[in-house]
Design a protein around this ligand. Sequence first.
Ligand SMILES: Cc1cc2nc3c(=O)[nH]c(=O)nc-3n(C[C@H](O)[C@H](O)[C@H](O)COP(=O)(O)OP(=O)(O)OC[C@H]3O[C@@H](n4cnc5c(N)ncnc54)[C@H](O)[C@@H]3O)c2cc1C
Length: 356
Amino acid sequence: MAPAKIRVIIVGAGIVGASLAFHFARRGTEVHMVEEGVAAGSGVTSSAFGWVNIINIAPGAINYGLVQEALVEYARLQADLPGVFVAARAGSLFWLASPAETEAFAAAHRTAGTDVELVDAATIAAWEPNLLKPPACAIFSPLDLALDPARLARDLIDAAGITATFGRKVGSLTLSGNIVTGVRFDDGGVIEADLVILTAGTAVDRLAENLGFRTGVEASPSIILRYSCTEPVLSRILRGPGLEIRQSADNRLNVAKGYIDDREENAPESVGRRILKIMHERLRLPERVSLVEAVAGYRPFFSDGMPRLGFLPGVEGAYAAVGHPGVILAPLLGRLAAEHVLEGRRSPLIPPAGLM
Ligand SMILES: Cc1cc2nc3c(=O)[nH]c(=O)nc-3n(C[C@H](O)[C@H](O)[C@H](O)COP(=O)(O)OP(=O)(O)OC[C@H]3O[C@@H](n4cnc5c(N)ncnc54)[C@H](O)[C@@H]3O)c2cc1C
């Protein structure tokens, strides 16, 4: 007799939950996705810059190997779902304050096993003619991708062909003894499952409160700025000192900035106006580029720089998948979680950190 299909509830349809839904459904699991927002990707995933990259990770960083593996996983996903990636742009250009620093950073990536190329000012000018002062050299990272993470979350859920409930907030997990039996919504409704997977980003610990376990997830702010633009200006993601910018398929220009503090002059709109001046100094822009969105998003983050993936201790039937950088890691987390839960294979890439 074939083993019974397990029924899984996934709480949180961000990029991480969407990827888990896709990987579990692909392996024949009955998945029910629940999400308090009106659509997939409406949490911090909607504020993500959308850079799937290795070049912005320092070789030697604790998660470097994990991100290398995550890029391989993206290549698999692209081969599997080519239609989903038609608007994604491959390759980014990265440079530091001096050519010597850029060259040393490229050498460190190569030593760490990443295939990057150094390109000179003439090549950069030919590739990106609207960059007014190309640096003497930059690192071209061919495996990097620029994409719309919220769109990818929606596409993965569509490709998974699962049941999804939007606009309902889960209040808690239901328990029978020490067995998690499902979820209870704030409106009182309950649905049952063999396993509840928490992919609720920064809300994971609040949801696990009645299970007596905390992952220790923190909410780390970062600012996303979006500018309307009428014409194509850039082909690749550009990351130089003080400016990290990409253009989406609708020509909108997207910039990510670190959050400074909550003083008025550092509010997202103020940062957005300052960055627009820098954009005009560094890029040949058409007229009427204007700031249309400036918000701080709160990233699920752990102080050791690693994500969390595993069964919650002390109970049966609850699993969590959360961490930064979530867009980069999502396809890999999805595959590793499915292999762990369904095939009993725990990946050595992610230490358990209190989970099982
Ligand atoms: C400015 C900025 C730029 C960024 N750039 C990048 C980047 O270039 N590359 C990268 O990899 N990462 C980037 N990130 C980080 C990235 O956005 C996150 O790591 C990623 O989106 C986390 O995805 P998630 O699915 O874990 O969380 P979320 O997207 O927050 O998804 C969790 C979902 O759970 C839902 N939820 C929560 N509680 C409940 C509940 N009780 N009931 C039902 N649903 C619930 C939420 O509504 C939400 O939709 C950036 C972040 C910011 C802010």
